[in-house]
Each structure stands twice: as structure tokens, then as C-alpha cells.
Design a protein around this ligand. Sequence first.
Ligand code: ZN
Length: 205
Amino acid sequence: MATLPIRIWGDPVLKKRASAVDRLTTHDKQLIADMIETMVEADGAGLAAPQVGVSKRIFVFRRGEDIHVIINPKIIHRDGRKIGDEGCLSIPGVQAKVERAARVTITGRDDKGKVLTLECEDGEEQGRAATCVQHELDHLDGVLYVEKAQPETLSWLIEATDEEGEEIIETVAVEADDVLAAYKRRHLPKNLHILPMLKKRIMRK
Ligand code: ZN
């Protein structure tokens, strides 16, 4: 197993619609194992194959304590609405509020080829599972959450200290175009709250 380089916003693979997987090859199985390792290493809630440069309809995600793999996923039921903060490993150091279905049922195949159907709902038991599967499925269609977010809520996450000297994360409003330009120019805000592995990735692009 190996961790894979995460593609950053601006990479064309993130805007492509990914292809369905007909038959899972040994190569795909290796990809899935590496995607899980990469997600765990980056402490992400989910990771879609295009985020590691592979345009196939596969994603991995957390649902409570479990990590699932889903191939050719489809949402077959959705109900309720909710608004929550989202982030993305491919758009590091940023968050925004997105409106999503509160509960979804997702179906697809697991890495053994068996049909997998899961009801997902955000909460204590499952973490952000419902948000996550909707966000990851969008990745397979070349859609990034910043395109669905409420634009006025888009913010950089900046590390700061409060009056008592406690470390805090401040949000600083930013426009989507400026985020994209910052990654492209390798010029990130000072004290950006970003994983070192992702910062390195942007700086050497
Ligand atoms: Zn994402």
C-alpha cells in the first residue's frame, strides 16, 4: 500500500465526468487500497478516485467507525434538507456552507463485487456520512462543492491565537476565483490551516 498524491483544484481531472467500472482489475484493487491509505493519512472523511488522478467511478468514505468502498455508486433515495460546513482535500485550507439532502440511500458494488446499499445520515453514529457520499458522488461527475456552496460563506481557514493565547481557527471570506488563483500562483495566505502534505503538493506543482 502507498499514499497517492492528491490532486488540487485547478487540475483538469477534477472537472471530468469519471467512467463506470465494468470489471474490477487487480490494478483497481490496488488503487482502492492506496485510496484508503491516502484518506486515512490525510484524515479525510472520503476520497474519490479523480482526487488521485484516476477518472473512474470509485470512492472510499467513512460511516461512523467503518470505512467503505463503493464502485459505480448511485443515490436511490434522498430526503430532508440541511446546511453544513464542508471542506475538501483537493481544496485545502478552505470551507463553505452547502445545502444537501439530510438523509440518502446509496447503492453500488463493494470491492468484492457484491451489491452494497447503505442508508446514510449525519449525526453522532455515522459522523458526516450523508454529506460525504453526496460530496464524493459529485466528484465522480466533475462537480466540486465550492460550485454548490453559498458563495458568501466561502472562507480561508487561518490559524490564529485568541486573547488568552489559545490556538483558534479564524475564517476569512474569500471568492472562489481567488482561491483558485492562490493555488495556481503557489501563493497561499499566511498561517493557512492546511495539512503539510497538501501544502507541499501545492508549492511544488
Ligand atoms: Zn472533495
